[in-house]
Write a protein that binds this ligand. Sequence first.
Ligand code: PBG
Length: 326
Amino acid sequence: MAFPRHRPRRLRSTPAMRRLVAQTSLEPRHLVLPMFVADGITEPRPISSMPGVVQHTRESLRRAAADAVAAGVGGLMLFGVPRDEDKDPDGTAGTDRDGVLNVALRDLAADLGDDTVLMADTCLDEFTDHGHCGVVDERGRVDNDATTRRYVELAVAQADSGAHVVGPSGMMDGQVAAIRDGLDAAGHSDTAVLAYAAKFASGFYGPFREAVASSLEGDRRTYQQEPGNAREAIHEVQLDLDEGADIVMVKPAMAYLDVVRAAADISPVPVAAYQVSGEYSMISAAAANGWIDLRTVALETLTGIRRAGADIVLTYWAVDAAGWLS
Ligand code: PBG
């Protein structure tokens, strides 16, 4: 019998050997923690479909953010949840300097300075009473250019409040260029744009809608992409690169790893992937049932997203993973 000359198992023989030859690295600095801050609550409010994730009060956000930074995560992505009575058709609570998100950004900027990378979701859905990511016309359609003008105001408000990075997530055409120009005109040429470049209309956002108490009825299929469209996703990434995006993101992550890879293959700037709420919830639920091991599977998914080409991963496990990895 002819034995194989090359035995890949040789390089798997000891932990030290496996560490030496490990191709993909996963470090806390690669991970960004999405966080929710809600107006009008006095205690952190658990999000039932995302065990372990809460809507923070202003104070609990400050403590949790400091803990995340101490754990070594690469950055924080903030989402604001206004009171229901502050929602309106234009999402003015998002641009209000005293709105929940802008206040929280100022708090964290004051607490943390440049010790972390402070990011903000630049979108209207949390703030509109109809729950769409933009402003709607008289026929109920999301108006691309009117929405984009609101995103510029949002981005400037967030940069004024201390965000290092703004993250337009509404998939309006031309949003990155408009925000770049608006930030520059407002004196924020150092504020980076993390473009949600290829964002799919996904069932995996289900738990997030609870997390931000979304008012949406219907869907986002006139602005988010069809799950099957890979070529269009790369077109979207290329458009955002041409418009000046500093980081391009693919979202969700696990069902779109081919898109992450394709983006990484063409992008001259860092690529991020967002492991979204439903990805977190589904693994958490299986682990809670004892069907899979949470730590093993969570780290495996994060490694897989990195292996696919993501430089940065947004994940609700950012702090847990930082602990597991240390
Ligand atoms: C829009 C936005 C959404 C998410 C991040 N930004 C929701 C949506 O597009 O419906 C989803 C994040 C997640 O599911 O974890 N502001």
